[in-house]
Design a protein around this ligand. Structure first.
Ligand code: GRG
Length: 272
């Protein structure tokens, strides 16, 4: 895992080399927010998926970093005063605290657009793969994915919501990018339709389980969450069931499933 972390860090460094331009501060802010911290869950998922499917990780490394850029943009915008108004992110001042707010918004915008550029110019991919990756990334981070989930989340503030609405929020806001990470692996390694379907289900399950764990760790009585709607014990049981079903899905994939299974366990058993 540590080695994957290092490879992702090095590629992100390369992709965000400071340019001698009048807008160098954009690269500086981008590097501030993306380098040095973050669990790299989504890119690691992509790399482990391609490996399971018998393809070289190098082929997926830049696309995996593009996913991390979309994730980082979502965190930058989520932290803004007009959204969650968080002063800290990844153990240091949020981007809008370290740079002017407008600059933070533009840095998020930069990550959002640059991610697609990185995929479009990746020499390891065929044109067909690039189009498929761009489509999945746009869908999973767009209206029917992360952005739609965020809109629903904001709209539900202070209201009573049902468990099924909460599930939809979680699946879109957090789960969609996790599914995208696994789908990236399937596209790049050209998985069979059966394996792709099983891996998608694996991603959906661990995406939802990941968010339920987050709800348990960060319980806020005033906010609808699995922990407040279902209670801690039932939420933990749900995490266990989702993880168990996710691990079962891996058995349809053949190969050495241990690294992906370990990652699923790390995510769903995390304590922080
Ligand atoms: C602003 C368009 C827009 C979307 C924001 C994902 C999201 C949508 C907001 C994040 C809010 C949040 C903190 C949700 C809890 C679960 C979560 C996604 C945590 C952050 O992901 P990690 O734990 O973070 O993978 P690191 O820093 O390790 O990458």
């Amino acid at each position: 895992m540590k080695e994957l972390h290092t490879r992702i860090e090095e590629r992100l460094e390369e992709l965000l080399t400071e340019m001698d331009t009048p807008y160098v501060s954009l690269f500086q802010a981008a590097r501030y927010s993306i380098l040095g911290s973050g669990k790299r869950l989504r890119p690691i998922l992509t790399l482990l998926t391609v490996e399971l499917l018998g393809c070289k990780q190098e082929k997926a490394l830049s696309s995996a970093c593009a996913l991390e850029m979309i994730h980082t943009y979502s965190l930058i915008h989520d932290d803004l005063p007009s959204m969650d108004n968080d002063d800290l992110r990844r153990g240091k001042p949020s981007l809008h605290k370290a740079y002017p707010e407008g600059h933070a918004i533009l840095t998020g915008d930069f990550f959002l657009t640059y991610a697609f550029e990185v995929i479009a110019k990746d020499p390891h991919l065929t044109d067909k793969q690039k189009v498929e990756l761009i489509l999945i990334l746009a869908q999973k981070s767009g209206a029917h994915g992360m952005i739609g989930g965020q809109v629903m989340d904001i709209a539900s503030e202070g209201k009573k919501i049902t468990l099924s609405t909460l599930q939809q929020i979680h699946q879109n806001k957090t789960g969609a990018l996790i599914v995208a990470a696994v789908e990236f692996g399937s596209i790049i390694a050209e998985a069979s339709p059966e394996k792709r379907k099983a891996l998608r289900q694996f991603g959906e399950n661990i995406g939802l389980a990941f968010q339920i764990v987050d709800d348990i760790l960060d319980i806020d009585e005033g906010k609808p969450s699995y922990a407040t709607l279902l209670g801690i014990d039932q939420s933990k049981k749900m995490v266990e069931d989702l993880t168990c079903e996710a691990l079962e899905m891996l058995t349809f994939c053949g190969g050495n499933t241990t690294p992906l299974a370990n990652l699923a366990n790390i995510l769903t058993q995390r304590k922080s």
